[in-house]
Every structure is written in C-alpha cells, then in structure tokens.
Ligand binder design. Structure first.
Ligand SMILES: [Zn+2]
Ligand SMILES: [Zn+2]
Length: 652
C-alpha cells in the first residue's frame, strides 16, 4: 500500500500502482470530469501515471493556470499529426511550448505558407474531436531508432541520440500517431478544446544552426476557452496598430537607419518627449536624495578587466583602440601596443570611481548617485527592435552605496520612488519578482541569505506582494524586477533593483566604519524606467501615440477659420506660450475641418479654433482629441485649463 496525501491535508491509503485516474474517479464524478493531469510531489505528471510510493498529489483542472502549458503542448502534437496526415512526406522535428502558444518545426521540401492554415486547422479540429487517448510507453533506444528510421524520421533519430543514456525514452501515442516526448500530457486530444489558432509561419534552421537545413516553423496559440483566445487575438491586433515604429514614423518622432543600427535619430517632436521624461525623472531622483553625476563614455580596458566585464561581457562591448595621428602622415597609426578603450556597456564601474574619491565614512552612507548614463551594447542586428532593443541606450541609472543594515530601508525607499513614478505615468498594475541565487554565483551562502531576506523583508514591510523567481538572480546578488502592465494587457519589465557584494570588492570601494575598521559598502544597482528609449517606446504603444498633455510634443494648435482673425489668434498664441505651453499655429487657407482632421491624426491633444465670432467675443472654440463636438470658452479660461493639464504630474 502507499500513503497519498492531498492538498486539504487528508492522507489516504491506496494499493501500490493505483493511477491518478482511478483516484480522481473514486473521489467525485464532477471532479474527474474537469481533471486533466496531476502533480506528484509538485511535479506535473500524466493523470494515468501509477503511484508507486508515498507521495503528495494535487489534481490539475483544465481551467487551472497550470493546464495552459499542457493545452499548448498537446496542441503542438495535434498540429504535427494534422500536418503529417495532410502531407505524409513531412518529417516532424521539435515542437515546444512558448509564451502564449507553441510552434512545431517541420522538414518538407516545399515550405508551408499561411494559405495552408485553413486546411491544417480543420484537420486539427477533427483530430481533437476524435479524442484519441494519450498513452505513454517507454521504448528501447535501438528499437526506437529503428522505428523512426523506417518512417524516414531522420531528425527524431538524431534527437534520440541526444537524450542522455540514463533517461527513459518516452513515446506518447494519440491513436495511430506517436511522438518522442518527455510529456506530460492531458487525458486525450479532446482536452485541447476549440480555442486554438495558427498564427504565423517562418523559416528556422535545424538546431538554430545556419549550416543546417532550413525547416518550416508553424506558430500557434491555444487557450482555455474561446473568450481568452479572442482577447489574445484582439491584443495582437491592437499591438500591431500601436507599434511604436509605425507611430514613430507617422508622428515624426524618430527614425533608425542602416548606418547607425540600433541607435536612435530623435526628431524634434520625439526628443521633446525624451527631454520631458528626463527632466521629470531628474526632479524625482533629486527629491529622493540622489546626487546626479556624469561619467565617461570611453574607458581603458584595464578598468573593465578589473570590474570583470572584460571576461564576462567583452563580446557585447564596443572596443576602440586609443589611436594617435602619426606626425607626418594623414593616416591613423595603430601601434601594436596601443591601449584598448571600450565604450561603457554599464555605468557601475564608473560610479565606483566617483565613490572612491576621498575617504568615506559610515556617516556618508547611504550615498546615492544617479546618472542618465549613455551606454553601448553590441546587440546582434537580428535582435534589434525599434526603440525596444537598441545598441545605444540611456539608462535612468543609479547606484546606492550603503551599509548592510541599510539594505532594507534603501529597498523600501526605492520601492516608494517606483510607486510614485509608475502612478504618475498611469501604470497601476505592477508585478514584483524577487530573483534568487543562481547556481553559478559569487559570495557565501550567508551573504546570499542576508541579501535575499533583506529584499524580501523590505517588500513585506510595505505590504507588497511578490513572486519568487528561483535561481534567476545575477551572479553577484539577488534582484527585484518590476513588471508593468500596459493598456492592452502586455507586461514590460522596467524597474530593477540589484544587490551587489562583488563589484565593490573588485574595484576596492570602502568606508570607515563606526569602530574605525575599513568595510565594503553594499552596492544597489537600480533603474526606474530602465532605458529612456525603451520606456518611450512603451509609452507610445501604451497610449497608442496619444500622449498625456504634459508629454505631448505639441500641446495646442491654434487654427483660424478666416485670415481676418489671424491677429486675434496670435494674441491667443502668445498667452498660451506665456503659460508655458508648446503651441503651433495653423493659419493656412484651408477648410477648418481639414485642419482639425490633420492635427487629430498627429494626436495633438487640443485645438483652439477662432472665427469672426470668437475673435469679437474674446473666446475660443476648444476641440479635444478623441472627443466629439466643441466647447466655446473665454481665452483666459482655455489657457488656464490647458496650462493646468500640461503641468507634469510631480509639479501639480
Ligand atoms: Zn511533446
Ligand atoms: Zn549598475
């Protein structure tokens, strides 16, 4: 007999080898109907697995969060079966679950196109409807290779060879079709349900190696129910409409070009947003007790060697030889022993150089440095993506040097700063992750215990909820990640706080403690926005280009109906400017509706229109972006209201 414990604390005895299916059936019919898998001692498993020793089990229902991964995995198997049923000459390779869905890579002479999707989806629906039960078998290695080779599945043979010798070779069958797979799976293909859709097709090299054959990768998405699927597809559609690269062009904010891959050319309007954001963050960090500094772009490789970047980060750095012009030639002379410099990929080592000037005492701590640090990282061209992934970035960076007993209070202070900024910027949903010690790490276990506890305590002390990201900390210390949810439900990691015990050691930072001894400060690396480039990209997409008034490059356009009122309109413009507003005029000889339409397309938040009557009465007709109709108010009233709305949130 085996003892099986349940989440409610109950422990029951079963005959050894009893399956989860038998147990759930014996508990309740309605529970059995919804249950698609189970966890044995926390690990997901097939419901049909036998229980051979004492364990804790937990049933997974189809609408549980955990089932989503199973739905997607099963759906990938269904996709593969459908493709092979339709095109038997196709070889199957791998088909993992990814964020929001799955893909499967197929080897076929003729690549798939989106035109094939309708037929594949139809076939998938049939397979799901057939409801073949997933069954698991453990095969002999050589036998498995023989079977797959006979089917012409050369990729599977290669995959089998790559599986460690001590691992069981598992085959999952669904009716006649079977696949090499680690599992687990749900009960039958029917559990996949109807909420799936193929989304795109792309080329992908076998094993990601461009020397190998190009395979055809079909992507799909799958959800618990059609409502979720619909919401996801809507989100994708919205995201396309809001794409910051598209809006950046339409609103004349910035551009990127081949000659400066991954570095942004900011246009006047885009740079206006950039400057507003920078000024805003500068005011916030000043108020939070930071001292702003500016450190060099180019620094000697010797410093990067000391900091450890040279050995760990070298490939991502732009290295520049320190050249001198030869006296008589117009030619660069690279001496073989010339020094190597590198563009900074991070600001941290430079901040320690500033800290190290002069003797610091415990009374000087915490010392908080801030920098709008322009960094360069040699990201692969293929990974670059508009403002979201660049090679030249400006971090709203900062480093806090403090004593170990100040970690908790500094973490609390930083969280308060983040809350206030995110609230100002309209992000109300923030998810916090505490990333803990990775396998490869520096520092003793006691130090890690203390650091992880310090971060956790600070979050708990302020009543913040957080999740643990096991093993995802940096090698030098644990970190907090702050993920923002945008207007269409996407999550963006922006803020970070990383504890570091290593860099102060490597770059010999120290302070004199109360007892006169020399101590290492703890270094907290932190950023609120992350980088200005990416954050502006997020803001553009979050607002679909309709920036809040204080960030809008042009806040007001003053437009006239007839040229007779131009002088009166100029007076309005002067008043708006005097109130600090960014104003443009539109006195062109065009129909007013045409003018309004054009400025609305440019997402200008307010348009003030003057005709004969307004000029006579000292009023303006106010049209607001996204609102129907217009309101006639006195010039003074309009200016005051707009100026109030245009005040940055921290100055209100
Ligand atoms: Zn599988
Ligand atoms: Zn740093």
């Amino acid at each position: 007999m085996v003892n099986v414990s349940f989440p409610d604390g109950a422990v029951r005895e079963y005959t050894r080898g009893t399956t989860g299916t038998t147990i759930v059936d014996s508990i309740s019919k309605s529970l059995a109907k919804k249950t698609v898998a189970m966890r044995i001692n926390g690990e997901l498993a097939d419901l049909s697995d036998p229980l051979n020793e004492d364990c804790a089990i937990e049933f997974v229902q189809r609408d549980d969060e955990a089932a989503l991964e199973l739905i997607r995995h099963d759906c990938a198997h269904v996709l593969a079966e459908a493709v092979q049923e339709l095109w038997p000459d196709t070889q199957v390779t791998i088909g993992p679950v990814i964020e929001n869905g799955f893909y499967y890579d197929f080897a076929r002479d003729q690549h798939f196109t989106e035109q094939d999707f309708e037929a594949i989806e139809k076939k998938m629906a049939q397979i799901i409807e057939r409801g073949a039960v997933f069954t698991k078998e453990v095969w002999d290695r050589e036998e498995a290779k023989r079977v797959f080779a006979a089917k012409g599945e050369d990729y599977k043979v290669e995959l089998i060879d790559a599986i460690p010798g001590d691992e069981d070779l598992k085959i999952y069958k669904q009716g006649q079709w079977f696949d090499l797979c680690r599992g687990p799976h749900m009960r039958s293909t029917k559990d996949v349900g109807v909420a799936f859709k193929l989304t795109k097709v792309a080329g992908a090299y076998w094993r990601g190696d461009s020397n190998n054959k190009m395979l055809s990768r079909i992507y799909g998405t799958a959800w618990v129910n059609p409502k979720q699927l619909k919401a996801y597809l809507h989100m994708i559609e919205e995201a396309e409409k809001r794409d910051h690269r598209k809006l950046g062009k339409e609103l004349d904010l910035f551009h990127l070009q081949e000659e400066a891959q991954g570095s942004v050319f900011w246009h006047p309007k885009g740079f206006n947003i950039y400057n507003q954001m920078e000024s805003y963050i500068r005011r916030k960090v000043n108020a939070a007790g930071y001292k702003e500094i500016k450190t060099p772009q180019l620094m000697d490789s010797k410093l990067w060697e000391k900091s450890g970047h040279w050995s760990k980060f070298r490939e991502d750095m732009f290295v520049v030889p320190d050249l001198e012009f030869a006296s008589d030639a117009e030619q660069l002379d690279v001496a073989p022993d010339s020094k190597l410099m590198a563009l900074k990929p991070m600001n941290c080592p430079a901040h320690i150089q500033v800290f190290n000037q002069g003797i610091k005492s415990y009374r000087d701590l915490p010392l908080r440095f801030a920098e709008f640090g322009c960094c360069h990282r040699n990201e692969a061209h293929g990974a670059l993506h508009g403002l979201m992934r660049v090679r030249q970035m400006t971090q709203d960076d900062g480093h806090v040097f403090c004593r170990e007993d100040q970690i908790t209070s500094e973490t609390e202070a930083f969280c308060a700063l983040l809350d206030s900024v995110y609230q100002d910027l309209g992000f109300t949903e923030v998810k916090i992750l505490l990333a803990t010690r990775p396998d490869m790490r520096a520092g003793s276990d006691e130090t890690w215990d203390q650091a992880e506890k310090g971060l956790g305590d600070a979050l708990r002390a302020t009543g913040r909820e957080f999740e643990i990201a096991e093993g995802e900390g940096a090698f030098y210390g644990p970190k907090l990640e702050f993920h923002l949810k945008d207007a269409i439900g996407r999550s963006w990691q922006c803020g970070t706080l990383q504890l570091d015990f290593v860099l102060p050691e490597r770059l010999d930072a120290s302070y004199i403690a109360e007892d006169g001894s020399r101590q290492r400060p703890v270094m907290l690396h932190r950023a609120v926005l992350g980088t200005l480039e990416r954050f502006i990209g997020i803001l553009i997409e979050n607002h679909a280009g309709r920036m809040p008034m204080w960030l809008a490059p042009t806040q007001v356009v003053v437009a006239t109906i007839i040229s007779d009122v131009d002088p009166a309109a100029m007076k309005v413009v002067e008043k708006l400017k005097a109130a600090g507003l960014r104003v443009e005029t539109d006195f062109r000889n065009e129909k007013i509706n045409y003018k309004v339409r054009e400025h609305s397309t440019q997402k200008v938040p307010a348009i003030l229109v003057l005709g004969e009557r307004e000029a006579e009465e000292g009023t303006v007709s106010v049209r607001r972006l996204g609102e129907k109709g217009q309101k006639v108010v006195s010039v003074e009233e309009a200016v005051a209201a707009l100026a109030a709305e245009a005040t940055p949130p921290d100055l209100k």
